[in-house]
Design a protein around this ligand. Sequence first.
Ligand SMILES: [Zn+2]
Length: 432
Amino acid sequence: MTSFIPNDKISEIKNSADLVDVVSEVVLLKKTGKNYLGLCPFHSEKTPSFTVSPEKQIFYCFGCGAGGTVFSFLMKQEGISFPDAARSLARKYGIEIPITHLSSEQKRLITERENLLSVNKEAMTFFCQTLLKSSEGKSAKAYLLSRRLTEKTIDDFHIGYAPLGWEHLVNHFSKKKMPANLVEKTGLILLKKSRGGYYDRFRNRVVFPIFNLNQQVIGFGGRVLDDALPKYLNSPETPVFNKSRSLYGLNRAKKRCRESDTVFIVEGYFDLLALHQHGIENTVATLGTGLTKEHIRLLKGFVSKFYLVYDSDDSGIKAAQRVIEIFRAEEVDARIVVLPAGHDPDSYLFNSGSEAFMDVVSKALGIIPFLIESAVKKHGLSVEGKIRIISDLKGPLALINDRIARSLYIQKISERIGVDEAAVLEKVRETS
Ligand SMILES: [Zn+2]
C-alpha cells in the first residue's frame, strides 16, 4: 500500500507530524508527567485511559488496547487507509507528495474531493458578495437584521444570499470555467429534467455555509425570507458532506467546548447564531437529521457534558426518547433543556438574555428523570395517571439494552410514583 508514496516522504511526514497535536484535534488531552491522558475516542469510557507519549510518538489505550503511531491513529479515527492518512498529514504539515505515485483511481478521488471543496468555497464567496454588495441582497440583509443578527455574526458565519432566479450560480460557475457536471456533484445546481441544462438549488434564500473542523465548506443550508415552503433546505449528501457526522457551528464552537467541557446542542441555524451572539459559543446545531451516534462520538472528543436544548416539552420528550439509548451506549451524560412555553432558543435569548437562559440550563434534568417528570406533569399521580406514566415510559425503557442501567431507572420510577418495582418491570417486559 505504501508504494504510492515514496518512503523518504513517509519518513519526512513521520518526523514532522506531532501525535499530541494530531490527537488534540479530537481528544481533550491533559498532561500527566511525561505523557498526556484523555478519554479514548475508540471505546466508551468515563475515566481516561487513553495515553499519548510525545517522546515515543505513540498512543495506547489501557481500556481497549488500541495503540500505535500517528498514522494508525488517523486510520482508526477517520476510518481511512494508510496512504490517505499519510496524505492528510502531509497536507497538514505542508509536505508535498508527488502526485505521480498515486493510482489513477486514487488520483480521481482526491481530485474530486478537493474540487468539490473548492466549488463550495467559490459558491460561499458568491453568496456573501451577493448579500453584501448587490441590490438583490438588500432584502436578505434586512431580513437577517430583523432576526436581530449583528453584522459581526453575519460576517463571522459567512452568511450569504442566493438571489431570486434560476441560473445565477449556474452562470457564475460557467464564467469561472468550472465544469457544470462537477458543480452538480456539490448539489448546488441540478440538471433540468426536460430541456437539458442546469438550475440553482438555492433561490431567494439566506444561505448558511457548513464547515468541517478544517474550516473547509462542506455544504449549505438555506432559509426562505418569507413563509414560502420548504422553510429550510440543505445541500444533499455528497462525497464531502455527511449529515450524520457534521454539525453546524462546530468549527467555531470547538475551542470554547474544550475550555468549558460542555456543549449545547440546538436544532436550528438561528438558534445556534442566537447562542453564539450571546456569548454562549460552545453551541452546535444538527442539520435536520436529529442527533446521531456519530455526532456524539465526535463531540466526546471535546466535551463530557451535553445539553440538548428544545423549544417545548413535546419536542424534548420526542428527542429524549429517541436518543436515550445512544447516550447510554456512549456512556455520556446528557441533560434536556426545555425553554418556557412559546419560546425557542432564538426568541428566548433575545427576549430574556443569556443569564435567564443559563438559569433554565441550571435546572435541566438528565434524560430519564426528564422523561419521568414530564410524564408526571402530564398525567398526575392519580391511579389512572400512574398507569399512563408507566405506559409512556415503558417504550423508552425497553430501548435500554444494558440490564443494570434499566433496573436502576425502573427503581427510580417506582420511587417517584410509588408503584412496586416488580410491577413496573413486568410492564416493561411486555414491551421488550
Ligand atoms: Zn480505548
